[in-house]
Design a protein around this ligand. Structure first.
Ligand code: AMP
Length: 285
């Protein structure tokens, strides 16, 4: 696997490649697990060349402490990527992504920027859009691989590529959430949980699934506000310290309170904290 820290060396390498080659790109913040590797494997299957990036993007963290605590396991990450046959790894430093005098862009994302994750992490999605835009400009991939575990992020990035017309040259591939044998969504943050915490954390997907089943089985209108309250209570009773939201959105990422037609596609999203670690998950109906 080729490893580049510098933008010009990466660009020179990509330029040297046959111009007819399709390039798949998987941006990550490292501390790689099977969830990330599934994206890289999909890109390897579907493209001639796969570029993965590892960059802990400071500007998307609302709290300095969270950025400092973010796990960094570069040596292991390199081994994992090599073991599955990734062609190229890009590991830039903060200064090359945001050189002195670099002006951050402001994207007009609409309401999606301010609800759910956006409400609890002000500025987060502007940070995400800035880094993904910058990385797409550098790598110039044909296909971009994103995990549905971060469903709101998927929708935000899709919108950013639309606003910037990047969608004309890069196709987004959304990939299913990879879970452990108990259903817990894999996340770099899981590394900070004790065994007991990991066990308890499986409540999230169980309660999301229960809420989904309630909606699918309903013969009449479902009061989603009530379902949200009950599910939140249930998460707390299962050992979580706090729940930021348990919410329902439609395909346009609009929050919904009642559902009368259970054929309407919707997604249930939740964020909750256990042992000081904030986890997110979602389920599609
Ligand atoms: P991160 O390193 O957390 O920024 O994630 C990098 C990419 O991996 C994002 O597109 C995530 O949505 C995706 N990802 C993270 N965890 C999972 C998972 N458990 N299953 C599928 N994709 C994931």
């Amino acid at each position: 696997m080729k490893i580049f820290e510098q933008i010009d060396l990466l660009k020179a390498y990509l330029n040297e490649q046959n111009q007819n080659k399709s390039v798949g790109f998987v941006p990550t913040m490292g501390a790689l697990h099977e969830g990330h590797l599934a994206l890289v494997e999909k890109s390897i299957q579907e493209n001639d060349l796969t570029v993965c990036s590892i960059f802990v993007n400071k500007i998307q963290f609302t709290f300095e402490e969270d950025f400092a605590k973010y796990p960094r396991t570069l040596e292991e990450d390199i081994q994992l990527l090599e073991s599955i046959g990734c062609n190229c790894l890009f590991v830039p430093n903060q200064d090359s992504i945001y050189p002195e005098g670099y002006t951050l862009k402001a994207y007009n994302l609409g309401d999606i920027e301010y609800v759910l994750e956006g409400l609890y992490r002000p500025g987060h999605f502007q940070g995400v859009c800035n880094v993904v835009h910058r990385l797409l400009d550098i790598v110039q991939p044909h296909q971009l691989y994103l995990g549905l575990k971060d469903y709101q992020q998927c929708k935000v990035i899709e919108k950013m590529t639309h606003l910037t017309s990047l969608d004309k040259r890069v196709a987004i591939k959304f990939c299913e959430t990879i879970r452990n044998e108990d259903g817990l969504a894999l996340s770099s943050r899981n590394k900070r949980l004790s065994m007991n915490g990991l066990n308890k954390a499986t409540a999230l997907i169980k309660i999301l699934t229960k809420a989904k089943e309630r909606i699918l089985a309903a013969e009449n209108d479902v009061d989603l506000t009530l379902l949200s309250q009950e599910s939140t209570q249930n998460i707390l009773e299962n050992g979580f310290d706090s729940v930021d939201y348990f919410a329902f959105v439609n395909e346009n990422f609009e929050l919904i309170q009642t559902i009368s037609n259970n054929n309407q596609p919707l997604t249930i999203l939740t964020a909750a904290t256990i042992e000081g670690v904030r986890l997110i998950d979602n389920i599609k109906i």
